[in-house]
Structure formats: structure tokens, C-alpha cells
Design a protein. Structure first.
Length: 198
């Protein structure tokens, strides 16, 4: 067991195998229903990627950003040159996966247009709630790909930039990361409310 847990890839594979076992148990007891399976699969992928995305967002805002001033200057390259670029890779691709799987899920469940229109086309409160959550998530996704990531590339020295540009880019990335942290709260509220209050 220890050899599995020492490798991230083996750990993820073990988790996937356990999920497949649970799915097989479901199939044995309930049978396969095509109309149920695909929305379930994309909801599961949506939640998985969303947990990864928001979890890394919270890591940046709850751990890394507040800790950086406490780290001695000679140790900061370990974070800025090794940890942060790796986290940002998973962060932005988790954002992309969350957005794409969420749109597919809404399409499979038949409310994509109604959610995009925030329930204005049919007056259904559930579509308004999920639509608000989707629009907030889309704004967060845009911030990740078109503001945070380009500025982090400059701030971390992944692209050429002078010292003043790096400092300004770091501040911009931090402010938009904090914006996404604030937006994540009503986004999650809207998503959960659509499933439980309406």
C-alpha cells in the first residue's frame, strides 16, 4: 500500500479503480441507463475538477500569498520557480475542465440555454440560480486564463519582464485571485441552491 501512496499517479489510479468498483456495484444492483449515466459522469467530472480548481484557488489565497512575506528571500525561489508554476498548471486546467464539464452537464440535462439566460426565458428559479452560478464561474474562468495566468507568467519570470513589470503583474494576479476567491462564495451558493432550494 505504501508503494501506491508514494506516487501521485498510482494514488489517483487507485482512487479511480475504487470509483470503478463502486460503479460496477451500481450496475449490478441498478442496471445501466444511458440517460442517467452520461449526466452522472459529467456531474462527477464537474465536481472533481471544481474541487481541484477551487481547492487550488484557496491554497493560493489561504496559504501561499499570506506565507510569502514570512519566507526568507533565499528560500522564495523554491516557491516561485518550482511550486507555483506546477500549481498554476493544475489550477488553470482544472478551471477549463470545470467550465467545459459544467456546460456539457447543463446541455445533457436540457437547461443550458435557460441557465445561460439566467431563467429569463422560462421564469424557472432553478435555472436562474444555476445560471447565476454558471456566469460567475465563467467570469472566474476568464480571470484565470486571461488575467491571472498571463500576469503570473511575468511575476514568476516565466516570460521576460523587468522588475517593475514583475511587481505590478504579481499585484494584478493577486487582486484577481482574491476577486475569484470572493466570487467563489456566491458561485458555490448558487450551484448548491439550484440543486437543493429550487
Amino acid at each position: 500500500m505504501a508503494s501506491i501512496l508514494q506516487s501521485l499517479h498510482k494514488t489517483l489510479a487507485a482512487g479511480l479503480v475504487l470509483a470503478v468498483v463502486l460503479f460496477i456495484l451500481y450496475l449490478i444492483t441498478q442496471g445501466f441507463d444511458n440517460a442517467t449515466f452520461w449526466p452522472f459522469l459529467f456531474r462527477w467530472l464537474h465536481v472533481f475538477s471544481g474541487v481541484l480548481w477551487v481547492g487550488l484557488l484557496y491554497y493560493f489565497n489561504f496559504v501561499q500569498i499570506p506565507s510569502m512575506p514570512k519566507i526568507p528571500d533565499e528560500q522564495k525561489p523554491a516557491v516561485t520557480k518550482v511550486i507555483a508554476p506546477e500549481v498554476l498548471f493544475w489550477f488553470r486546467w482544472a478551471a477549463m475542465a470545470t467550465l467545459v464539464t459544467g456546460l456539457i452537464l447543463a446541455l445533457l440535462n436540457g437547461y443550458l440555454l435557460e441557465a445561460i439566460l439566467i431563467g429569463l426565458s422560462d421564469g424557472v428559479a432553478k435555472h436562474a440560480a444555476i445560471g447565476i452560478g454558471m456566469w460567475i464561474a465563467a467570469i472566474m474562468w476568464f480571470n484565470v486564463w486571461f488575467v491571472i495566468w498571463p500576469n503570473q507568467q511575468k511575476a514568476l519570470g516565466l516570460v521576460e519582464a523587468d522588475a517593475d513589470t514583475k511587481k505590478a503583474a504579481g499585484r494584478t494576479a493577486m487582486l484577481f485571485s482574491r476577486t475569484n476567491t470572493a466570487l467563489s462564495i456566491p458561485m458555490l451558493f448558487s450551484m448548491v441552491a439550484a440543486q437543493n432550494l429550487y
